[in-house]
Design a protein around this ligand. Structure first.
Ligand code: BG6
Length: 498
């Protein structure tokens, strides 16, 4: 196993939510499982006023209240946390930052390997790298310098290209790690293993045997306090452009020659470049946009999207999107991919359903059983294969049965969270599970016609919070195909057009 080199992790946006909720817990978990290097430092940077101690106290508050945490190891972890107040937009303040990094590195005997994590608003994604470079903090003479960027990588195709151009002025692609936390999920990576480590699925994995594929990313929560961000993003930018297109790439890509960053990402980009752009007709008939409306679920009144904090009362941002799309290549010719994602659905479930074609000649009944492979990304991570067997007794009737695997049944195997896995990979210098620039552009290219379509008047359907979305999304299907809905609507309120 590759041992990590000593390093310093500089987190911009250190007073923010992502640092507190995701990054620090993930780093602590890695630390407590002895997965980090023997010497390391985490230097938080932001405008808020803290010193090392108050920063430590703030960050570990949540961790310390966890009954399972070992307080001795948490205290030791804290000794690696430091803080620097600075305005990341002010290039003159980077001199002090550089000095601080150097003094921490000298004190902890850390070689100059530095990871800059941009947990900031996207408006700083160009500014910070430029300012780092102005002070030589991109130069790798004395140790590696890596940059981690959170989504969104751009706001549309044009701004994504501009962002890359700006980053490439001072950093090389090898130094840039674009995080898509879906690629850090064990169950997303498992799709590759399920497909390419077994010989029983792959021969069927094509248009000859697969009827259609569903990809669902449903969330029961609304947009909470993120109205300001979400209203500018919508479900298309928030979930499809990145997470769900990456999932589709894992389902549809060709086998890589080997598992390494280049080989994997070459295959990912190839399949993403084959996504068939939606034309005018598709935009009208194969795309359904919706927004959640007020409803009552289990004695609770759920606000409509337009009533959420930070959302304009006439907002036409989609919180639901369903689309039928195709991949234009030999393997997938003619196989529809139905993709949907939304807030305020009846439950939280992310899954891919491979619907196999029915038997060509129904010997046992007019309606042969469904043959489905359901890859549950979350929750209850696992895989279910459904098929038909003989119903015991006289005759030859079929009965649907299933083989069901749950990760929770595996003994002694703790799943790494997405951030644990991805942070560890960046520290190792392994970019396999990070989005490469060409893949990001391919996603934007696919999404751009939808973004353009939304600039004009378009149909936006209301769906009651707690339901599976606008009824119009059923019309995407033909020939008896339909969405698999893991549970029922929580309300029977009518749908409407907004
Ligand atoms: C984030 C989106 O990237 O992914 C959120 O901004 C969304 O709106 C989240 O809720 C979903 O992630 P997960 O891991 O909970 O499916």
């Amino acid at each position: 196993m590759l041992t990590l080199e000593n390093n310093c992790i500089v987190i911009f946006g250190a007073s923010g939510d992502l640092t507190q909720r995701m990054l620090i817990p993930a780093l602590y978990k890695l630390y407590s499982h002895q997965k980090l290097s023997s010497s390391f430092a985490i230097l938080g940077v932001s405008r808020s006023t803290y010193d090392d101690q108050s920063f430590r106290d703030k960050l570990i508050k949540d961790l310390a209240s966890d009954d399972n945490v070992d307080h001795e190891s948490l205290d030791k972890f804290c000794e690696h946390l430091f803080y620097q107040v600075m305005d990341p937009e002010n290039k003159y303040e980077y001199k002090a930052l550089k000095q601080r990094i150097q003094s921490i590195e000298t004190a902890l005997k850390i070689k100059s390997n530095t990871l800059f994590y941009l947990a900031t608003p996207p408006s700083l994604y160009s500014v910070i790298p430029q300012n780092l470079a102005a002070h030589g903090l991109n130069i790798e003479d004395d140790g590696w310098k890596r940059l981690v960027i959170e989504k969104p990588f751009g706001y549309d195709l044009e701004s994504a290209i501009a962002l890359d151009k700006s980053l490439y002025q001072d950093f090389t692609e090898d130094q840039i790690y674009r995080i898509d936390h879906y690629l850090g999920k064990e169950t997303v990576q498992n799709m590759l293993v399920l497909r390419f480590a077994n010989s029983i699925f792959e021969p069927l994995w094509n248009s000859k045997y697969i009827d259609y594929i569903e990809v669902t990313g449903a969330e029961d929560l609304g947009i909470g306090s993120r109205g300001g961000y979400y209203d500018n993003a919508g479900a298309m930018r928030d979930m499809i452009q990145n997470h769900l297109l990456q999932v589709i790439a894992m389902v549809a890509m060709e086998p890589p020659a080997v598992i390494n960053a280049d080989s994997m990402r070459d295959e990912v980009v190839k399949v993403l470049q084959c996504l068939k752009p939606l034309n005018e007709d598709d935009l009208k008939h194969n795309l359904v946009l919706g927004q959640y409306t007020k409803s009552h679920v289990r004695d609770e009144c759920l606000l409509s999207y337009r009533e959420e904090k930070g959302v304009p009362e006439d907002s036409r941002t989609e919180t639901y999107i369903a689309l039928k799309m195709f991949i234009k290549n030999w393997r997938w010719d003619g196989v529809p991919f139905y993709v949907r994602t939304a807030k305020r659905m009846p439950t939280r479930v992310t899954e891919v359903v491979i619907n196999f074609k029915k038997t060509p000649h129904p010997v046992f009944s007019a309606n042969p059983p469904d043959n489905k492979l359901i890859m549950r990304i979350q929750p209850d991570e696992g895989t279910l294969l459904s098929f038909g067997l003989k119903k015991p007794g006289a005759g030859f009737e079929t009965e649907p049965v299933a083989m069901d695997f749950h990760y929770s049944n595996l003994k002694n195997s703790e799943l790494l969270s997405a951030y644990e896995r991805l942070l560890l990979d960046v520290l190792k210098g392994d970019a396999t599970l990070f989005s490469r620039s060409d893949a990001v552009s391919a996603c934007w290219e696919f999404v751009q016609p939808i973004l353009d379509y939304k600039k004009n008047k378009f149909d936006l359907y209301g769906y009651a919070a707690g339901t599976w979305g606008p009824i119009e999304a059923e019309a995407l299907f033909k020939n008896g195909q339909t969405w698999r809905s893991p549970c029922k609507n929580l309300t029977d309120t009518d749908y409407c057009e907004l």
